[in-house]
Design a protein around this ligand. Structure first.
Ligand SMILES: [Fe+2]
Length: 264
């Protein structure tokens, strides 16, 4: 599974009773946290970003149930079991995405036609929104909490894109001292790499059900697919809990050799 992550940039884990027990413990707490959240919905009321909402502990335990199973083991295989933040609860509702006043027409089109494809941890800095590597994560682990149709805005991943991104960022940082890496403007390199990904990588739709898991490589281009007309989900929507712990080794570890040409 670790080799698959390095080779393709993502892995889906099939039904696991241990993960399902975790989901059953997490879901009522997730619903309560979402109910009490004051964060406004985005995309015309169709997306709740839900950052840091699930009341899990640093090991991932929630409601007294530990986070175990093959997906959690694989997530910790490269950098060890890192302390976890409260999981993001990404909630999508029918009709996603809708235009909104907080998003430009261009950004909305990109969300609709390109799944708002992005790399986590590249923040838009300053008034000119220049991209800088400010939050290097170890991985992205998605754990669906609700059962939905396949068209209910599952995540999408561009297979193999982590290699293209790794190469682009290595080149962009090569002439800078490591201490300056968080302040290097990688906007052009990122956009060029993203164009190459769209032209050369397969877009994979990674629908999964409660008890399953999707592990995404930290450098893989990914996004959220639009809600397909008629796709059915529970009234509280498509809910996926996401863990993406920060890497203690910073940007150097983020660009580590597991995504070099040829894999591990
Ligand atoms: Fe993301």
């Amino acid at each position: 599974m670790v080799t698959q992550l390095a080779a393709r940039g993502w892995v889906r884990f099939g039904p696991d009773p241990a993960v399902l027990r975790w989901v059953e413990a997490a879901l009522p707490l997730a619903r309560a946290a979402l109910h009490n959240s004051l964060e406004p919905l985005r995309c015309g009321g169709t997306w709740d970003v839900g950052l840091d909402l699930l009341p899990n502990d640093a090991a991932g335990t929630v409601g007294g149930v530990a986070l175990t199973g093959a997906a959690a083991t694989a997530a910790g295989a490269q950098f060890g079991r890192l302390p976890l933040h409260r999981a993001q609860l990404s909630v999508v509702h029918p009709g996603y995405p809708q235009p909104s006043t907080s998003e430009s027409e261009t950004a909305f089109r990109f969300r609709l036609n390109r799944d708002a494809a992005h790399i986590d941890g590249l923040l838009a800095v300053g008034p000119d929104k220049r991209r800088m590597i400010r939050e290097p994560h170890a991985y992205i682990l998605g754990l669906p909490l609700t059962a939905t149709d396949a068209g209910a805005s599952p995540p999408v991943i561009w297979e193999g894109s982590h290699r293209i991104m790794a190469r682009a960022f290595r080149i962009a940082l090569a002439d800078h001292a490591e201490a300056d890496w968080p302040n290097v403007d990688v906007t052009e390199a990122y956009h060029a790499a993203r164009r190459e990904v769209f032209q050369t990588c397969r877009r994979v739709v990674a629908h999964a059900s409660p008890g399953e898991a999707v592990l995404i490589h930290r450098l893989a281009l990914h996004g959220i697919s639009p809600w397909r007309d008629g796709a059915v989900a529970p009234p509280d929507g498509r809910i996926i809990a996401y863990f993406r712990p920060e890497l203690p080794g910073g940007i150097r570890a983020w660009l580590a050799n597991d995504c070099a040409e040829g894999g591990l």
